[in-house]
Design a protein around this ligand. Sequence first.
Ligand code: PEP
Ligand code: MG
Length: 329
Amino acid sequence: LDAELGKLRDLPAVTKDGTEISLLGNIEFPTEVPDALEKGAVGIGLYRTEFLYLSAEHEPTEEQQYDSYVETIRNLGGKPLTIRTLDLGADKIPESAELAAPMLNERNPFLGLRSIRLCLQNLPMFRTQLRAILRASAEGPVKIMFPLISSVMELRQAKMILQDVKEDLDDQDIPFAENIPVGMMIEVPSAALQAKTFSKEVDFFSIGTNDLIQYTVAVDRANERIANLYSAGHPAVIQLLKDVIRAADRSDTDVSLCGEMAGQPEFIMLLLGLGLRSFSMTPPAIPEVKRLIRSVSLDQCRRVARKAVGFDSDREVLNYLRDEVNKVM
Ligand code: PEP
Ligand code: MG
């Protein structure tokens, strides 16, 4: 079976009826790129840059961040890279006391000062990272993505700061990609519900189901005592996914999904049927997902999606989706 999955690397991820699907990798460090390519990734859809912070003693400098991004770009050899700005806080607290200080002692860290919120309250840190990303964008195809956006004003503020940093670089004659695509994570229900509005403000969406699920069903994604309530098959989650993908389609906004769900075979037919054509996942999941994609037709997936959105509980959804996958794999 391993040999068979190995051969899959060089085959395209196309459905039986010939629709090409993008399978990308999620990474935390530049050194993970070769393995992602080995598994068949056509690019990196999510680079979680905060991992550089988690083990650092002091705030990484612009140069250190730039070096990491350029190393990632070089390792990709021309394949696309989506760099997500710092998603610190809540489940991602730095080991160093100095760096962790602003995000400690919150009553509800997942609802607190985390991610883009922390960046917008710490502009020197945010601007340093944006400069590093922009400078790296001169070296290869890079997109920039903001996490945890929950309101339009927050997105506009982030874009304004990006613009400001671009102007500084221009003034200093430092090269960068003028038209670097700017996107956002859809991982808060308020953003999912306002997807149509957001589609006018960004070049792409990436749906972060890990957080979207926890905020939709009010279940801490890291709390094992209530893990049974944390379910990607919850009908409310599926409804939000359906609406976001449709809003993206109607506005011609690129949309991908980079939560764990993208690498779980039982959800692939549903997501294809809802119209998703791009998935970013932990690299080891790519071969299996590709194999599944190559054995289904979009008509079949649309039928599965139509039926799946009609169930009342996650149990029914999951039972149905698992049955359908077992029929084709
Ligand atoms: C997500 O929330 O789905 C996501 C991809 O981001 P992270 O897991 O880093 O929060
Ligand atoms: Mg997230």
